[in-house]
Ligand binder design. Structure first.
Ligand SMILES: *[C@@H]1O[C@H](CO)[C@@H](O)[C@H](O)[C@H]1NC(C)=O
Ligand SMILES: *[C@@H]1O[C@H](CO)[C@@H](O)[C@H](O)[C@H]1NC(C)=O
Ligand SMILES: *[C@@H]1O[C@H](CO)[C@@H](O)[C@H](O)[C@H]1NC(C)=O
Ligand SMILES: *[C@@H]1O[C@H](CO)[C@@H](O)[C@H](O)[C@H]1NC(C)=O
Ligand SMILES: *[C@@H]1O[C@H](CO)[C@@H](O)[C@H](O)[C@H]1NC(C)=O
Ligand SMILES: *[C@@H]1O[C@H](CO)[C@@H](O)[C@H](O)[C@H]1NC(C)=O
Length: 817
């Protein structure tokens, strides 16, 4: 016992030390989370080393782990890998040959790591690389060696971070053409002029030059000037423009005649804005965009009203915060800014009204987007000048995400906009519709998604080609829209598809996330021109019809294409299919052709039944059964009778000498010969020594002695019991012709059990009858015939005396002895 204990403890230690040995050994973990598109998501797995992933992986996302090193064989074999992300790790060391086997790599993200320098050898073999992100690493210099020389196909490059101090001449050498360049250089202090130049064509350039704009105008100007081209959208991030001085770097861009200028995360004073407007005087900037702007001033920009901004076609502002709203001056003074743009968006900027007077200034306006502001019905009336037809060029009005409630007010306001084609009133509070409304006859597009509509009325303009009613509370939609091409009904409460007859031109229908149970080919055929359907994310009842139809649609065998992907179609019921994609459900024949199956199995059952019946009939099973039943009953009543009798204590009730069992057809013989001979014996023959007449015997004949009204079987039983012997009159009739009678008689043999009576029956053969002539199923009779000697009825007159004597003797039996 003690020894065993010690053994166990030792084993345990052994195991423990083994485990420890394993964990101290830096063995690479593995990551199994690859989906069927071979995209491996190993984010936030706590990995400290690059995990082992299948060689076949196409994308590998290792972001937000604790990887510090990438060794030379961490990624060997990944020749098919297209995208690798190590974003948000602590990578400080990358072996020069670490990426050498990644010949197919198109996208590499090394951002937010601890790389203190960039090594050109990393990228030498990455000839296929299109996108490289090196942002937010603590390297201080780019371009001391031509880091990106090998990347001949590079199209998107991002580098820099808070530590970047220096950009040297070789930074972009070898890079000829870019779609996007991002440089974070808020702390840049040295720039070799021309380092970012000479890339052409150059797509969108995003620069963060917070520090240089404030402290080193020359440096900021040099950087900005090198990347500014008329076709290149320039995005300036994180600037803090306070005085006239801080905006001067923009002159470099203005000189290069930039046309698309965007500021992101900008804080700006009035003075700086005036400075910017002065700089942009006469510059063909067509898009001026502000995304995330804090205005510290009061809107006093009229000092720059002389500046020519007539080329400004589009003004876009989003997330504008005015620090001191109540001091902010009226838009009226900004006529010089408002009169030119054709496209104005002011999104999510707490605008609650644009005074009609300002609206009137926007004479060129074709597109107005005031999404996500604080407009109400009342202020909208002011903004649109009570529907007097200002903004007569307006084609698109987007007032989504405002607290608007009254659709008839809106309809009244826009009906005078005779060129209006697009109206976006999504995410508003239009919960009901008036019965009728009037709309500009040009209106083609209406978006009322995300309102609270519960019903629709013919208020909807019949000129619509695109109608979005998604995310409302609609249950049906029956408004005739003869030219409608696109109808969006997702996120409502539709139980069935709306009748297609209302939309003779409909080509695209989306009804995702409703309560549709199923739809059929016939439903879709009611839309004469439907081509695309998106109906996923519904609670589908996977019936055979539906599954078959959907699977053929997924295969593309139907006229209507399912454009939202087979995965969105999932069974909700029956229960055992819940969660199964409809495309992969297999329903058995039993499920799908139930009627056929039932009728077929009924047919088979019927056939088998008939076959069995025929077989039983052929084998006389019924007869056996009936006999068995009769025997059981008889046995039962016999037992009951015996009990009664025993209870009465009476001596044997033997009242007959013999019970005669015979076929009805042999009745003649019985009546003419047997009965007279045995019951009324004549004087014995003269020649007999004993002249005394034989004692008359009493016979039990069913015709005569059975009690009427009693069950025949009981009668037979009691007859047998009350008779000392049983005489069977056997003949062909007995065996063959008289079946019913024979059955009855035959049952005697069953009853003829040893426990009833010890003595064998007496068989009389009226005609020669071999045992073999008796049908096999009368086995008892056959047995009896072979075990008992039988008397044959002699045809010759002279032998009959002998016959009767023998019979009489047999009947008297031991009684006489
Ligand atoms: C990474 O390691 C540090 C310390 O070593 C730990 O605090 C942090 O939680 C780890 N991060 C992850 C994602 O495991
Ligand atoms: C910015 O650069 C200066 C030197 O030019 C350096 O001392 C400072 O640490 C840098 N800032 C950051 C955040 O790296
Ligand atoms: C916005 O810019 C300021 C500097 O002007 C910077 O400190 C801040 O982090 C930036 N915000 C974002 C969200 O980038
Ligand atoms: C801003 O400075 C530029 C030159 O540095 C000067 O020409 C311009 O007049 C100034 N603008 C204002 C409004 O002070
Ligand atoms: C309205 O603005 C939203 C948000 O900017 C945009 O998604 C939508 O497409 C715009 N609608 C139209 C008709 O331009
Ligand atoms: C309608 O507006 C919603 C929300 O503003 C937007 O998501 C949706 O794409 C728009 N519908 C169409 C058809 O443009």
């Amino acid at each position: 016992m003690g020894q065993q204990m010690i053994l166990h403890v030792t084993l345990l230690f052994l195991l423990l030390s083994l485990c420890e040995g394993q964990s101290s050994n830096p063995e690479r973990p593995s990551c199994q989370s690859c989906d069927r598109h071979l995209s491996c998501d190993c984010t936030r797995g706590g990995f400290t080393h690059v995990p082992i992933v299948t060689d076949r992986a196409l994308t590998l996302d290792l972001s937000f782990n604790n990887i510090t090193t990438v060794t030379d064989d961490d990624l060997t074999g990944h020749v098919r890998l297209r995208a690798l992300s190590l974003h948000g790790n602590r990578v400080a060391v990358i072996h020069p040959a670490a990426f050498d086997s990644l010949w197919s790599l198109e996208e590499l993200d090394l951002s937010n790591n601890q790389l203190t320098s960039l090594n050109p050898e990393w990228f030498e073999e990455l000839g296929a690389l299109l996108r490289l992100n090196l942002l937010h690493n603590p390297y201080r210099c780019v371009g001391s060696t031509p880091e990106f020389r090998g990347l001949v196909r590079l199209r998107r490059l991002a580098f820099g971070g808070p530590a970047l101090e220096e950009i040297k001449m070789a930074a972009l050498s070898g890079v000829t053409e870019l779609e996007a360049l991002t440089v974070h250089a808020n702390n840049l202090s040295r720039y070799e002029s021309g380092a970012l130049a000479d890339v052409w064509p150059l797509g969108r350039v995003t620069l963060s030059l917070h520090g240089p704009f404030l402290t080193n105008v020359a440096l900021a100007s040099a950087v900005l000037g090198d990347v500014s081209y008329p076709e290149t959208p320039i995005v300036l991030e994180d600037l803090h423009l306070i005085g006239n001085g801080s905006v001067q770097p923009l002159r470099a861009a203005a000189r290069r005649r930039v046309r698309y200028l965007t500021f992101q995360n900008l804080s700006v004073s009035d003075e700086a804005i005036v400075g910017v407007l002065e700089i942009l005087d006469g510059v063909p900037v067509t898009l001026f965009s502000l995304d995330g702007v804090t205005l510290t001033g009061e809107g006093r920009w009229e000092k720059a009203s002389w500046a020519d901004t007539s080329s400004m076609d589009e003004f876009f502002a989003r997330n504008v915060v005015v620090l001191d709203v109540f001091k902010f001056v009226s838009f009226l003074q900004l006529k010089f800014l408002l009169q030119y743009p054709r496209k104005v968006s002011v999104i999510n900027s707490r605008i609650f009204v644009i005074p009609c007077a300002s609206t009137c200034l926007m004479s060129n306006l074709q597109y107005l987007d005031l999404t996500d502001n604080l407009l109400t019905d009342m202020t909208l009336v002011e903004t649109l000048c009570d529907g007097n037809g200002t903004l007569k060029e307006l084609r698109v009005l987007n007032i989504s995400g405002n607290a608007l409630k009254c659709l008839s007010t809106l309809s009244r306001l826009v009906v005078t906009l005779h060129k209006l084609t697009h109206l976006d009133i999504s995410r508003t509070r239009y919960s009901s519709m008036p019965r009728t409304c009037s709309w500009p006859s040009t209106l083609r597009y209406l978006n009322i998604s995300g309102a609270k509509l519960t019903t629709t009325t013919p208020c909807l303009p019949t000129t619509l080609e695109v109608l979005d009613l998604s995310n409302n509370d609609l249950q049906d939609f029956t408004v005739a829209l003869p030219v409608l091409r696109e109808l969006h009904l997702s996120g409502n409460k539709f139980l069935t598809l709306p009748p297609g007859g209302w939309f003779p031109n409909l080509q695209t229908l989306t009804v995702q996330s409703n309560t549709l149970n199923m739809f059929h080919r016939s439903d879709l055929q009611s839309y004469p021109r439907l081509q695309n359907l998106q109906a996923g994310q519904n609670k589908f009842v996977c019936t055979c019809d539906f599954v078959a139809f959907l699977q053929s649609s997924i295969k593309g065998d139907e006229d209507v294409r399912l454009t939202d992907g087979a995965e969105s179609y999932v069974c909700d019921s029956p229960f055992y299919l819940q969660g199964e994609p409809v495309g992969q459900v297999y329903l058995s024949i039993v499920m799908c052709h139930r009627v056929l199956f039932v009728s077929l199995s009924c047919g088979v059952a019927l056939f088998v039944g008939i076959l069995v019946c025929v077989l039983l009939w052929r084998l006389h099973a019924l007869w056996y059964l009936r006999m068995m039943w009769a025997w059981l009953r008889a046995k039962h009543s016999s037992r009951r009778r015996r009990r009664l009798r025993d209870g009465a204590g009476s001596e044997a009730l033997l009242s007959f000498d013999a019970f005669v069992s015979y076929s009805e057809k042999d009745a003649g013989w019985v009546e003419t010969f047997l009965v007279p001979e045995l019951e009324e014996p004549r004087e014995a023959d003269e020649d007999s020594e004993n002249r005394r007449a034989p004692r008359p015997l009493t016979l039990c004949l069913h015709k005569r002695d059975f009690l009427p009204g009693h069950w025949i079987m009981d009668n037979i039983m009691s007859a047998i019991e009350r008779s000392r012997r049983t005489v069977f009159i056997l003949s062909q009739n007995f065996v063959q012709s008289d079946w019913c009678r024979y059955e009855l008689d035959f049952s005697h043999f069953w009853l003829f059990d040893e426990d009833i009576r010890g003595e064998p029956a007496i068989l009389i053969l009226l005609e020669p009858l071999s045992k073999d002539n008796v049908p096999k199923r009368f086995c008892k009779l056959r047995k009896l015939m072979s075990s008992t000697t039988y008397l044959e009825w002699p045809q010759e007159e002279e032998r009959r005396g002998e016959f009767w004597r023998t019979l009489r003797n047999a009947l008297k039996g031991e009684e006489d002895e």
